[in-house]
Ligand binder design. Structure first.
Ligand code: CDP
Ligand code: CDP
Length: 217
């Protein structure tokens, strides 16, 4: 079984998905982490985008799932917080437009959902990857609020970035992610929209958890 949470960056998808997964006893699946890991590989390789697309098949980015969480492995190695750095955020939406990358990410996600139940977050999960999900959420929030939240998160993790830089990056990614030809960010058919601008974290978690309980009963 799978529950999908799609929406723009910083709307609260991953922290909410993680908490909801914990409450219902499922695993959390961060599809953005897979795209970020492909982007890390692209940035490390220093090659042109078209050339990078040709070598995608040579590499493997997989998800390791255990009781401590779900995390991406780049050719078998952990990548940690390096995928959250601003240099990755700057390129991730461009790398995510590549069909070869999207095919690899989707194949990996479809492989692991055979084994576990997941609360998953991303951009195209309810619309393209898992259209038959048990429950689909579309989570949004105002840009200023999303930038403030992301800034606080980066400060807490000790990752350097300015508020303006973060806001510009979120706005640029919103545009690229919504306007791309393949699997753009959109509200999936049948999704429940939740605007978290004025909500507390606890409110959005309990809203989704109770929707899941209703579906399951
Ligand atoms: O955490 P944050 O909201 O900053 O973004 P993310 O979930 O880590 O996703 C990073 C980027 O990966 C997005 O801006 C999209 O370009 C891409 N992505 C995608 O294309 N499709 C997905 N299902 C998930 C992420
Ligand atoms: O995954 P996405 O990029 O949509 O958002 P996130 O990585 O979960 O980041 C959202 C941040 O805002 C986290 O630090 C949350 O604790 C915080 N937050 C929230 O998600 N919802 C609220 N109502 C208030 C704060």
């Amino acid at each position: 079984m799978i529950v999908t949470i799609d929406g723009p960056a910083g709307s609260g998808k991953s922290s909410t998905a993680k908490k909801v997964a914990e409450q219902v006893g499922w695993h959390y699946l961060d599809s953005g982490a897979l795209y970020r890991t492909w982007t890390l590989l692209y940035v490390m390789g220093g090659m042109d985008l078209a050339l990078f697309e040709e070598v995608v098949d040579v590499h493997d980015i997989t998800l390791s799932v255990d009781k401590h969480g779900t995390e991406p492995l780049l050719n078998g190695e952990k990548v940690g917080d390096s995928i959250r750095e601003q240099r990755i955020s700057e390129h991730v939406s461009t790398v995510s437009t590549l069909q070869a990358v999207r095919d690899k990410v989707n194949a990996e996600m479809r492989r692991i959902v055979q084994k576990h139940n997941f609360v998953a977050d991303g951009r195209d999960l309810g619309s393209v990857v898992f259209p038959d999900a048990l429950l689909k959420i579309y989570m949004v929030a105002d840009l200023d609020e999303r930038a403030k939240r992301r800034f606080a998160e980066m400060e807490k993790k000790g990752i350097p970035a300015s508020l303006q830089e973060i806001k510009d990056n979120l706005a640029a990614r919103d545009a690229t992610d919504s306007e791309r030809a393949i699997a753009p960010l959109t509200k999936p058919e049948g999704a429940i929209e939740i605007d978290t601008t004025q909500l507390s974290f606890a409110e959005q978690v309990s809203r989704i958890s109770s929707e899941i309980q209703q579906k399951l009963s």
